[in-house]
Design a protein around this ligand. Sequence first.
Ligand code: UDP
Length: 423
Amino acid sequence: MLEEVHVPPLSLDAYGAIAGEDAIAEIRRLAEPLRGARVLHVNATKFGGGVAEILPTLTGLLRDVGLQPEWRLMPGDDSFWNVTKLMHNGLQGMDVALEAERRQIYERTSRRLATAFEGTYDYVVVHDPQPAALRSLRSEAPGRWIWRCHIDLTAANPDVWGFLRPLVEAYDAAIFTLPDYVKPDLRLDVLAFIPPSIDPLSPKNMPLAPALVDDVLHRLGVDPQRPLLLQVSRFDPWKDPQGVIDVYRAVKRTIPDVQLALVGSMASDDPEGWEIYRDVVRYADDDPDITILTNLDGVGALEVNAFQRAADLVLQKSLREGFGLTVSEALWKGVPVVGGRVGGIPMQIGEGIGGRLVTTNDEATEACLELLADADLRQRLGEAGRERVRRNFLSTRNLRDDLALFNALRLGDAALVPTGQVV
Ligand code: UDP
């Protein structure tokens, strides 16, 4: 059987004060006809990256509203994770080659996954390309099968997409973050649009006392009294960590005491991480005002929370970004974000809301200088950003949409399929 990730129970009622009692009542109404339904989430890793961040909360809340959820991991080894990271890069538009040997590695691990899969479920949600072949290899298994794509496929490499497409077409439905991400040649009856979400009560996002925030930063070598730019991201070329350092250096010419923290966890399914980490350390060139930390330095959810609260500005000038949970995480703390005008970031940052959208390093530098000089503006943007997150990007909205999709599939009612409207 696939390895299960056990998650502690959660209480939906605890979210009422933040999400609103109407939202809680709607979730309960949608969950009622699904009472007892067995739901399986399958993904590649329990640690690192956005999917591992979302699933504990969704699983815990599904259980609280009366369903029987499980979260399980697919098997894999380095050769497989190398191939799937290459596929991930290809799907984000990189010019990569998926040669026969790589396809065989993918297919071999997919067969192990299919053999290890046991049990019967009413709804199976399979996340991203790594376990995507499961449905085509277990097409007789009962239940409704949903492929959840967290990636921006807009510029997908045709070779990689061509390999993945038939695997995806074996599902009953797919979930994308944005309609733009759907390739025109995908033949699938049900397409749902559901942005991901953050959990406002998790250690990553819960309120922290200012003294604790200062203490955490101090212990990790950052001066909480001086201006701080922050990027929280896996070490990944698409997150452009070198670009972030360039912007920090340009800002430092005007604001000499500015500091930069780059906080990046290592995901078990991302073998590229260490290589990029070493490149970034080299690029930082022993600058005493650049702090580079990973989970191996003891930076867990609470420390990330403290960094996001302490930052004057968060930088997320990714070159490609399916959604970018780190943007919502910062905005939830009222901290504005200078974000790349790509993928899911413009859903979170708008005119007068949440920060500035940028395309070039020069634009990012200009936005940082403008915002660092104006604390009132930062506060206004941060507050508007927090409200946008509250309305659109919390776990409760994600749970509501997932339940709506389950009901849509159960009843065959297209009108119930979530459309991902941001309000
Ligand atoms: N993250 C973390 N520690 C780190 C770096 C990242 O906990 O050192 C978390 C981050 O807070 C966020 C997730 O990993 O919750 C990254 O999700 P996002 O959607 O931003 O990017 P992805 O990694 O999925 O591309």
